[in-house]
Write a protein that binds this ligand. Structure first.
Ligand code: PEP
Ligand code: MN
Length: 277
């Protein structure tokens, strides 16, 4: 029987001084220290045509990844819960037609195997970061996993959650800072920018930032995206829709393509100066 301990040095992804940070390969793309990845798309998949339109536009803007939830973890049970399996079918079809890499949230361990056939990158939401059965099930598939930080979790707890996936057999974990609960209520959550250098000190795993759920405010997405880049993140995950005001979920924080373009244009130039693609 093992004695309790939580030492960073025991993590299999603990960053040793000379070691290069980990790159995650997915299809012909890489998420890691040599790239800056932009993952955009709606909070939830609403229907096939709209998803296709959004993803086609993202492709035109030079993005390689898109997001869209089929199973939503909503605070209120009266809010839209997602299209479920139908949504996954739309997501897979759009991904096949456009060649874009898909990201979608898995909410239950019994769905992991099934979803691994529909989605390229499986996301664990903030409310499930501590669902260790789900994390263990994700260790049994090959799909990369985006592990969001629990809204009330410390960096240590988050890195140990990642270890649950890694030690169960899946080395392809990407951490995602999505804001934490603080006393501040002007923003939906508080983006913990300092978690980026902290994670890079302690772990070899890539880290991306979600400015949408961090702030809950459309007017802050640009600043927070640039702050994430400046702090050394390996990418951003942004809720985007052609009609943010009428988006079914998280409309207040969703941006349009014009704003996305404003965000990513300078980002591409700056990260290339740093030798990132
Ligand atoms: C999401 O990305 O759609 C989402 C629900 O995020 P979070 O789990 O960070 O709230
Ligand atoms: Mn959302």
């Amino acid at each position: 029987m093992q004695k309790d301990n939580l030492k960073f040095e025991e993590l299999s992804h603990y960053k040793k001084k000379s070691k290069k940070r980990r790159s995650i390969k997915i299809k012909n793309k890489i998420i890691g220290p040599d790239t800056f990845s932009v993952i955009a798309g709606p909070c939830t998949i609403e229907n096939y045509d709209d998803l296709f339109e959004i993803v086609s536009h993202l492709k035109e803007l030079g993005c390689s990844f898109f997001r869209g939830g089929a199973y939503k973890m909503r605070t209120s049970p009266y809010n839209f819960q997602g299209l479920g399996k139908k949504g996954l079918e739309y997501l897979r079809k759009v991904s096949e037609k456009t060649g874009m890499i898909s990201v979608s949230e898995v909410v239950a361990s019994e769905d992991v195997q099934m979803m691994s056939n529909y989605v390229d990158i499986l996301q664990v939401g903030t409310r499930n970061m501590h669902n260790y059965r789900l994390l263990a099930a994700l260790g049994k598939v090959k799909n990369p996993v985006i592990l969001k930080r629990g809204m009330s979790s410390t960096i240590k707890e988050w890195l140990f959650a990642a270890e649950h996936i890694l030690q169960a057999g899946n080395p392809n974990v990407i951490l995602c800072e999505r804001g934490i609960r603080t006393f501040e209520d002007y923003t939906r959550n508080t983006l913990d920018i300092s978690s980026i250098p902290s994670v890079k000190n302690l772990s070899d795993l890539p880290i991306i930032v979600d400015p949408s759920h961090s702030s809950g405010r459309r007017d802050m997405i640009k600043s927070l995206s640039w702050a994430a880049m400046a702090a050394g993140a390996d990418g951003i995950l942004i809720e985007t829709h052609f009609s943010p005001d009428t988006a079914v979920c998280d409309s207040k924080q969703t941006i349009d393509f014009e704003m996305l373009e404003e965000i990513i244009k300078p980002v591409k130039r700056i990260v290339s100066l740093w030798g990132k693609e």
